[in-house]
Design a binder for this molecule. Structure first.
Ligand code: ZN
Length: 136
């Protein structure tokens, strides 16, 4: 039996980080579908979504197109890295909210940090040098 499984899995992709994330997403969908038992529309969408995710995870595991699956995993990792970076930046900003105010440059969307309690001030964007007035 073990040998059979080994032979079957030879040349197939198997599990990876993206697969693990998909599994967790599927689990969340299924648990949520049970919580929303009394909302038929939501229940149907969530349980089919969960089932779809499980099928997709299995399809990826048994796929023989290893390059494509590898690329998907890389894309997932890039996405996760971006999310983590964003979350860290948000946490830092939240920790500093007592002393600083944060604005976005109206021209280039660059984030600017200014000390609080200075009244109306003219801010010069460090990136594009655009000047704008804000209350600090
Ligand atoms: Zn700017």
């Amino acid at each position: 039996m073990r040998e059979k499984i080994q032979r079957f899995m030879a040349g197939r992709y198997g599990a990876d980080e993206f697969g693990k994330a998909l599994n967790i997403a599927a689990l969340v969908c299924i648990v949520a579908s049970m919580l929303f038992m009394w909302v038929p529309a939501l229940n149907i969408v969530l349980s089919w979504g969960g089932l779809g995710l499980i099928i997709y995870t299995w399809f990826r595991m048994f796929s023989k197109n290893i390059q494509k699956r590898y690329d998907e995993n890389q894309r997932y990792r890039t996405f996760r890295y971006r999310m983590v970076t964003k979350w860290d930046a948000w946490k830092r900003q939240f920790a500093q909210r007592g002393e600083y105010r944060f604005f976005k440059c109206p021209d280039c969307r660059q984030k600017v940090r200014v000390p609080r309690g200075r009244g109306k001030i003219c801010i010069t964007c460090p990136r594009c040098k655009k000047e704008f007035i804000k209350k600090s």
